[in-house]
Design a protein around this ligand. Structure first.
Ligand code: HEC
Length: 98
């Protein structure tokens, strides 16, 4: 491992959560069409704001594995990388619930 990589790793550690949230905010643009705001939308689309990260991640996994069967969410869950899921979880957890 190069010095630059080690230094970057050290520098990134404390800022990790903030960086994750920034990526999550970016990725959430795709979700906002359906999951905007803090109240359920028409069609019973649940709000994501304020959801604990563990719960968020577990729910995404239920769509990915097919335990929960929803066509839109299954496709979305399968497209997200582990890093994307973690970033979105951090972002939504940080949003204020009503
Ligand atoms: C096309 C509309 C649509 C888009 C876009 C969408 N979702 Fe969903 N999402 C839904 C619907 C509908 C449900 C409820 C499905 C069900 O009944 O299981 C849902 C459920 C969820 C749940 C479970 C919530 C709960 O409390 O049960 C999570 C987590 C979630 N979506 C995350 C996301 C994320 C993250 C994105 C963006 C990467 C996203 N969704 C984009 C329609 C959408």
């Amino acid at each position: 491992m190069s010095f630059a990589a080690v230094a970057a790793g050290l520098a990134a550690a404390p800022a990790h959560a903030a960086a994750d949230r920034a990526l999550g905010e970016y990725l959430s643009a795709e979700c906002a069409t359906c999951h905007a705001g803090t109240a359920p939308k028409a069609g019973a689309i649940p709000p994501l704001a304020g959801m604990p990260a563990d719960q968020f991640t577990a729910l995404i996994m239920t769509y990915r594995s097919g335990i929960r069967d929803n066509a839109a969410m299954r496709n979305i869950a399968k497209q997200l990388s582990e890093e994307d899921v973690a970033a979105l979880a951090a972002y939504y957890e940080g949003l204020k619930a009503p």
